[in-house]
Design a protein around this ligand. Structure first.
Ligand code: PBG
Length: 319
C-alpha cells in the first residue's frame, strides 16, 4: 500500500476526493450597526454591517466561494414574544440581501428561516403560555419570513426551525406568489445539539433562550429518524437537504447522501469552529492543518457542500 503514498504527485493522482472553494458556503453574521464587531466565542469571526456584508459578497466572488449563508444578530430592542421582526420586508436580512446582490450578483445568497434571532424567548417558533411551541401557527410565520427573503433577492431559503410541514407550506406559497425558481435547502436532519452554543451568543439568543429545543430538533441518539425527516422534506419540495452539526454527525451525512442521492450539505457549526480555534490558539493542534482536514472529511462522507465559518480562510489556502 505504501508505494502509492511515497510522494506528493502520486498521492494527488490517487486521491479519491478533492476539496475546492466551490464546495464551501460562507457562514456570515450581520448586524444593524456600523462596521465589524468581533464575536467573543468565535475568535476571528465578526458581525458585519450591511456595508461590510456587501464587501464580503465581493470577496466571496473573488475567492470562488459560490454562496453565502446569512445569520442576523438582533439586539434586545428588536425582539418580541412573536418574533415579529422576522417578517419585516425591510428588516436587516432583506436590506443585507439587496446590498449583497447589488455588489456581487453572481454569489448565491442563502437565508436562515426560523424565529430564534427575533424572539425574546430565543425559540425558533412561537411559544405558548404552557411552554409548547405551536407547530402550524409557527409555520404560518415561517412562510411569511420566507416570502420576505424571496422578495429581497434571496436565492435559497434554508428553514432551520424543524417544524413539521414547513417545507410544503413554503413551497406552496412560493408557487402561488410567483417565486417558482426559489430554492429550498432544508435543515432536514438538525439535531438538538450543544455544539450551537457560540452561535446563540453570536446572534444574541443565548441569554434569551428559555429551556431547550428538544421538542422540535432531533435526538442525537437517532439515525433512522434522519432518513424519515429527509424523505418528508424532499416529498414536500426541498431541493437540497442539510445535516447539522457536521463532524460528529458524519454517519448521518453518509447515510443521507447515499440513500437519497440528492445534494446534501453539511454544516460545520459554531461549536466545531470554536473547538478547533481554541485548541489551535493554545498550540495544542495545528489549526490550519486541522481546518483543511475537517473540510475534506465532509467530502469523503459524501457532502456536496459545507457551510462553514472557515470558508474564507480555507478558500485562501486552496488558492
Ligand atoms: C437556528 C439556527 C441555529 C444555528 C443555525 N440556525 C441554532 C439553533 O438551532 O439553536 C446554529 C449554527 C451554529 O451553531 O453554527 N435557527
Amino acid at each position: 500500500m505504501r508505494r502509492l503514498r511515497q510522494s506528493p504527485w502520486v498521492r494527488s493522482l490517487v486521491a479519491e476526493n478533492t476539496l475546492t472553494p466551490a464546495d464551501l458556503v460562507w457562514a456570515v453574521f450581520i448586524h444593524d450597526g456600523e462596521g465589524r464587531v468581533p464575536v467573543g466565542s468565535l475568535p476571528g469571526i465578526d458581525r458585519l454591517s450591511v456595508e461590510e456584508a456587501a464587501k464580503t459578497a465581493k470577496r466571496a466572488e473573488s475567492l470562488g466561494i459560490p454562496a453565502i449563508a446569512l445569520f442576523p444578530y438582533i439586539g434586545p430592542e428588536g425582539k418580541d414574544e412573536e418574533g415579529t421582526g422576522a417578517l419585516d420586508p425591510d428588516g436587516l436580512v432583506p436590506r443585507a440581501l439587496r446590498a449583497m446582490k447589488d455588489a456581487a450578483p453572481g454569489v448565491g445568497l442563502i437565508t436562515d428561516v426560523a424565529l430564534d434571532a427575533y424572539t425574546s424567548h430565543g425559540h425558533d417558533g412561537l411559544l405558548d403560555p404552557d411552554g409548547t411551541i405551536p407547530n402550524d401557527a409557527t409555520v404560518e410565520r415561517l412562510v411569511r419570513q420566507s416570502l420576505a427573503h424571496a422578495a429581497a433577492g434571496a436565492d435559497v431559503v434554508a428553514p432551520s426551525d424543524m417544524m413539521d410541514g414547513r417545507i410544503g407550506a413554503i413551497r406552496q406559497a412560493f408557487d402561488e406568489e410567483g417565486f417558482t425558481n426559489m430554492m429550498i435547502l432544508s435543515y432536514a436532519a438538525k439535531y438538538a445539539s450543544g455544539f450551537y452554543g457560540p452561535y446563540r451568543d453570536a446572534i444574541g439568543s443565548a441569554q434569551a433562550l428559555s429551556g431547550d429545543k428538544k421538542t422540535y430538533q432531533q435526538d442525537p441518539a437517532n439515525s433512522d429518524e434522519a432518513l424519515r425527516e429527509v424523505a418528508l422534506d424532499l416529498a414536500e419540495g426541498a431541493d437540497m437537504v442539510m445535516v447539522k452539526p457536521g463532524l460528529p454527525y458524519l454517519d448521518i451525512v453518509q447515510r443521507v447522501s447515499s440513500t437519497f442521492g440528492v445534494p446534501t450539505l453539511a454544516y460545520q457549526v459554531s461549536g466545531e469552529y470554536a473547538q478547533i480555534m481554541a485548541a489551535a490558539q493554545n498550540g495544542w493542534i495545528d489549526g490550519d492543518r486541522v481546518i483543511m482536514e475537517s473540510l475534506m472529511c465532509f467530502k469523503r462522507a459524501g457532502a456536496s457542500g459545507i457551510i462553514t465559518y472557515f470558508a474564507e480562510k480555507a478558500a485562501e489556502a486552496l488558492g
